[in-house]
Ligand binder design. Structure first.
Ligand code: ADP
Ligand code: MG
Length: 734
């Protein structure tokens, strides 16, 4: 399970004090406007939502609030055990009490719970794996007996200075040495939502567990309020209280320009700050520092590597890392760099669907056509593979990069807010924290509904309207969930259909359907798959683990004589931009690799001496909607009448899966020089393309094979090499 399924917890504490004054005298140091520190032998993981009900010994209510565990102390055997709870919503009485009682206490103005003196350092360690269903109400935690040292009476001496809201982020520390190409090779699924790693031990692939005992590590990195970087579950834990400094879903930004349409489109959906990096690439601002996506991914990979080292009891410096099939070269390169920064030599970059297929078929000598259906947190991919003994060939691939678990969550949230309005007669008004809590609850309910048929969604104290606190309390049934999200599942089936049709295949031509990705656990997915393909999906692979285990298996096979052979297709067309902003594919999507195609263009004016070609990758008919790869500038063309001078550009994805681009001036056999313009931003190129007179005849494109080399002048020399170097390896490195 990737989720702890924690239910909001009611925490009722009866204090051994009869009046607020007595309480403040003893425990004033533990209280701020923003939260309270409670000593307690049992603590809950950071991020756990809590409804706190603190009563005086008379039974009178002192504090009634919804809160969340902000930090825990004493879990690593140092100092007093307890937890800092951050208030999310206060009832009006509590607010009045805090306003009056805390006004004179300087330390208490903080918006967060503080560490009182003498309890020892806070640590964010999450306790051992929580049981699948946490009890809804924990027994009251009696405050620890007052200790003289813990409750000094002078308020100024009580607490450390208030923690700044945005601490300084530690700089990214590069590793001192290059990763060594020796020792075990692990497989890593660096997921958008969750990462997982595996290793083949004694011929058996197994998954390496997170510190908390989960099979996956949330791909989340956070700067905590004490200026420390935390990764995985502890980082997920602070998402509620510190969304601005919590980085999730970063994979969607990897290898993309800040200005690219995708980044501009998704940037406002993230609570953390996305900023341009040094070379205009999308980067992340944490604290006051900019981190590249490679660094962010590297910090997640470092955690994975450390887990592996702990479990394998030896240094780990090599890995096979998986990427989505549709990743372009920039993105694959970025993942390689991230690996390197994490101290890992990346032996192979492997496509996720191929990895899943390996987990399914490795060592079984299968002769089958399968479809890998991967519905993860943010994206959906479908790939058809043909397995022939040790040969794994991807024959068709496709997907929707904006369809995943998060869309199911959003549909539920929308419904919950509607229900709230129906119940209360008031439109929901809540801040970011409230929305995040509802999202959390929606996701938990969604996961629970994969196992059961109804689930109460209760978010206590979610908002205040007209000074009155409100809970969100809705029971969601699986039936309702299906009604809300059926269209999303239908969309995935449509994509499966498209991916099959692209190769002239029908559902019955598929022998097995392999489901991966957490959201594929939704029973409606099984139902629709079974209906569409006429058979249920295979139960042989684990949806969370398959990709990592497949990577581990490939890693294992690298050292063997009889390894596996992986054959791939081009995931997205590669081609050129035409006047009017159109896109002309040269190498089509799903072209089997290796592949080679030429594109011929000719001058459109008399005496034209220069030609420019902009190269894009993607499946849109509009160049501007595709990924910009670069521009070739061909200068020094012979001056002739329009159309007489022709240049042939060859796009070639070679045997070693490296893309080479070569250009020949074919009409006269004369050499032309070319430069690769790097000064233009993708946006400038796109704008220029869009402006160019669309009525001008487009450069004729030819699919004809390049004329025999002997009859032709040599490929463009020297300056062209830069382009080749830059473009090389596009889609390669399998
Ligand atoms: P990624 O490949 O993006 O890292 P995962 O494969 O880990 O993602 O899938 C994460 C998604 O799966 C999340 O949206 C999560 O809510 C969803 N998910 C996890 N477990 C379940 C479940 N039992 N039922 C339905 N959805 C689930
Ligand atoms: Mg995945």
């Amino acid at each position: 399970m990737t989720h702890s399924n924690q239910a909001p917890i009611g925490l009722a504490v009866k204090l051994p004090f009869a009046t607020p004054e007595e309480f403040l005298a003893k425990y004033g140091a533990n209280l701020t406007r923003g939260g309270i520190y409670l000593r307690s032998r049992t603590v809950k993981p950071p991020g756990t939502p809590i409804t706190l009900d603190l009563k005086l010994s008379t039974g009178a209510r002192l504090i009634y609030a919804s809160a969340v565990v902000h930090f825990v102390t004493g879990q690593q055997g140092q100092g007093v055990s307890g937890m800092g709870l951050r208030f999310l919503t206060l009832d009006p009485e509590t607010k009045r009490f805090l306003d009056t009682a805390l006004a004179p206490l300087p330390h208490a103005q903080s918006a967060e719970p503080l560490l009182p003196q003498g309890v020892g350092p806070a640590d964010y360690a999450v306790p051992p794996q929580p049981t699948a269903s946490a009890p809804p109400v924990v027994p009251p935690v009696a405050p620890a007996a007052p200790e003289p040292s813990a409750a000094p009476s002078s308020p100024t001496a009580l607490a450390p200075a208030a923690t700044p809201m945005v601490p300084t982020a530690p700089a990214f520390e590069p590793l001192k040495e290059e990763p060594k190409r020796e020792g075990p090779i692990i497989g890593i699924d660096l997921g958008t939502t969750n990462s997982c790693s595996g290793y083949v031990r004694n011929g058996k692939p197994e998954v390496l567990h997170s510190r908390e005992g989960h099979n996956t590590v949330p791909s989340i990195l956070a700067l905590n309020t004490r200026g420390k970087m935390v990764v995985g579950h502890p980082a997920k834990g602070q998402m509620l209280t510190n969304p601005r400094q919590t980085v999730y879903g970063a994979k969607r930004l990897v290898g993309r320009a800040y200005d690219s349409p995708i980044v501009q489109h998704i940037k406002d959906r993230f609570h953390y700050e996305i900023a341009p990096g040094d070379s205009g690439e999308a980067a992340v601002k944490l604290g006051n520092r900019i981190f590249s996506l490679q660094q962010i991914s590297a910090l997640i990979l470092r955690e994975v590597r450390e887990l592996a080292q702990n479990q394998l009891q030896q240094p780990v410096s090599r890995a096979v890392i998986t990427v989505p099939a549709y990743y372009n070269d920039n993105q694959r390169q970025a993942v390689r760099e991230a690996g390197q920064l994490a101290g890992l030599y990346v032996e192979r970059i492997l496509n996720e669907p191929t990895a899943a297929a390996l987990a399914y078929g490795y060592g079984r000598k299968l002769n089958q056509r399968i479809l890998v259906y991967d519905l993860g947190g943010g994206t959906f991919d479908a790939s058809v593979l043909e397995l022939n003994d040790t040969v794994y060939e991807v024959v068709s691939t496709g997907g929707d990069t904006f369809l995943g678990g998060i869309d199911f969550d959003n549909a539920i949230v929308e419904h919950l807010l509607e229900e709230f309005q129906k119940q209360t007669g008031k439109a929901f008004q809540g801040d970011r924290v409230a929305m995040q809590r509802i999202h959390d609850a929606a996701e938990r309910a969604k996961c629970a509904l994969s196992e059961r048929s109804d689930m109460r969604v209760h978010v206590a104290f979610v908002t205040m309207i007209d000074n009155k606190p409100y809970d969100l309390d809705v029971t969601l049934t699986r039936k309702k969930l299906i009604a809300l999200t059926e269209r999303l599942v239908d969309r995935t089936i449509e994509v499966c259909d498209e991916v099959l049709k692209a190769k002239g295949l029908a559902p019955k031509d598929v022998q097995e359907v392999v489901l991966v990705g957490g959201q594929s656990r939704f029973p409606l997915v099984h139902e629709k798959i079974t209906k569409f393909f006429g058979k249920p999906p295979t139960k042989n692979v684990h949806p969370d683990e398959a990709v990592a285990l497949g990577a581990a298996l490939l890693a294992h096979s690298l050292g063997q004589v009889e390894g596996v052979t992986l054959i791939d297709v081009l995931p997205m067309a590669i081609g050129v931009g035409l006047p009017g902003g159109r896109f002309k594919p040269v190498l089509e999507r799903n072209a089997a690799l290796p592949a080679s195609k030429t594109y011929t263009l000719s001058t459109s004016r008399d005496n034209q001496a220069e030609l420019e070609v902009s190269i894009f990758q993607g499946d849109s008919e509009r160049a501007g909607e595709n990924e910009y790869l670069g521009t070739l500038k061909l200068a020094g063309l012979p001056r002739r009448s329009r159309g007489e001078v022709q240049v042939t550009i060859t796009f070639e994805v070679s045997n070693e899966s490296l893309l080479k681009v070569t250009a020949r001036e074919s009409s006269t056999g004369r050499e032309v020089s070319s430069t690769f313009t790097t000064r233009d931003t993708p946006e400038a190129v796109k704008a220029r393309l869009a402006q160019e007179n669309p009525t001008e005849p487009p450069a004729p494109a030819s699919q004809a094979p390049a004329p025999a080399a002997a009859a032709m002048p040599p490929p463009l020399p020297a300056k062209m090499a830069g382009v080749v170097g830059w473009l090389k390896g596009l889609f390669g490195r399998r």
